[in-house]
Design a protein around this ligand. Structure first.
Ligand code: SAM
Length: 341
């Protein structure tokens, strides 16, 4: 590659709509120790190991993005903390925090492994984590996650807070399942010093259930919460798509992520890397770039940087999720567990 094209290929990442790409979400595995009904089918076919990027390859790709201006790295999955040796990846990424290149290293987890890993995460420089919990009712928790244990997750939360990690709770709003619990969950989260974000279900991947049965618009959730609590819009941002309110009665923050009822694409600053090295420029679109091939083609990173630049030049303006009552087909064929929620 010539010197000039090399410089172009390593320039900060800006997409065709002048959005700077500063946030990379990395799904380090498609596997999970839960089988949440809205996320996975009970009998998922997982990827063979050779298709996965090794931890060293994940390091190469993530580092390439950090060199190009990514300031926030979120590790997700599947369940990221079930990937073998995953702490060595967090430890490796912590060098970018130490150098100042990276502002934040964080993780989204179901909490099942936090008793084991909370201290290690903190030692690697992680300061905030997202823990996904959809209910505090033991039976419902079993029903939603199929395989999960609420007690284990709650013990994980204790461990995380003891280790000094700031926790945000992510809850998917599920019609007829947890809608009656959202207010009490919010009070519980805020009572423990944790922010909470409520998420609309997105039509991703084939599952056993009918998505139109699960979908609960957050406009309705918000209106209901507002009958019991004072919600004040605030400009707080975490780099994600959530819109926040402050709950006057609790002093805590509540975020709403509304891919279905509100399009938040105009400020999108992120791209997503799957565990196989596929880069998705939009959660809700199928276009992708194969970075694994670029990584495996040579030991140097020139081709990788070139592929990244080409991919960002194709980042679409936005997504168009529809939960279609007639076709019942998901808008996007892949599951969230592959792209990384
Ligand atoms: N295992 C980790 C966890 O539980 O947080 C990380 C991966 S999980 C796919 C990330 C988030 O995506 C979770 O909060 C999960 O509830 C959410 N999620 C999964 N499928 C979804 C869907 N179809 N619509 C909305 N949220 C979904």
């Amino acid at each position: 590659m010539s010197a000039i094209s090399d410089i172009t290929a390593r320039a900060p990442l800006v997409d065709p709509f002048q959005r700077a790409i500063t946030y990379l979400r990395v799904s380090v595995t498609d596997r999970c120790d839960f089988r949440c009904v809205y996320c996975m089918s009970e009998h998922m076919n997982f990827l063979p190991k050779k298709e996965l990027l090794t931890l060293e390859e994940l390091d190469r790709v993530s580092t390439a993005f950090v060199e190009r201006g990514v300031r926030k790295l979120r590790i997700t999955g599947g369940e990221p903390l079930v990937r073998r040796n995953i702490m060595s990846f967090f430890e490796a990424m912590s060098r970018h925090l130490e150098s100042g290149a990276l502002e934040e290293l964080t993780v989204t987890t179901n909490g099942s492994q936090l008793q084991r890993f909370a201290k290690g995460l903190h030692a690697a420089g992680v300061r905030r984590i997202n823990v996904s919990i959809d209910t505090l009712d033991h039976d419902k928790f079993k029903a939603i996650t199929r395989w999960g244990s609420l007690d284990k997750v709650l013990a994980g939360l204790d461990a995380a807070q003891q280790a000094g990690l700031k926790v945000k709770i992510n809850t998917v709003a599920l019609k007829g399942v947890n809608e009656d619990e959202l207010e009490s969950m919010l009070r519980w989260a805020h009572g423990r010093g944790m922010d909470m974000t409520i998420i609309e279900t997105m039509p991703m991947g084939e599952i056993e259930e009918d998505r139109t049965d699960q979908y609960l618009p957050l406009s309705l959730v918000r209106a209901r919460l507002a009958q019991a609590l004072t919600l004040e819009d605030i400009p707080y941002k975490t780099g994600g798509p959530a819109r926040y309110v402050e709950v006057k009665e609790t002093g805590g923050r509540l975020g709403f992520i509304t891919p279905m009822t509100h399009n938040f694409c105009e400020s999108c600053n992120r791209v997503r890397l799957t565990c196989t090295g596929t880069l998705y420029m939009c959660l809700g679109q199928d276009d992708a770039a194969d970075l694994r091939e670029a990584v495996r083609a040579s030991e140097g990173n020139e081709l990788l940087h070139q592929r990244i630049a080409e991919a960002i030049a194709r980042k679409p303006k936005g997504h168009d999720f529809v939960i279609d009552r007639r076709s019942k087909k998901p808008s996007v064929g892949r599951h969230m567990s592959l792209t990384g929620g």
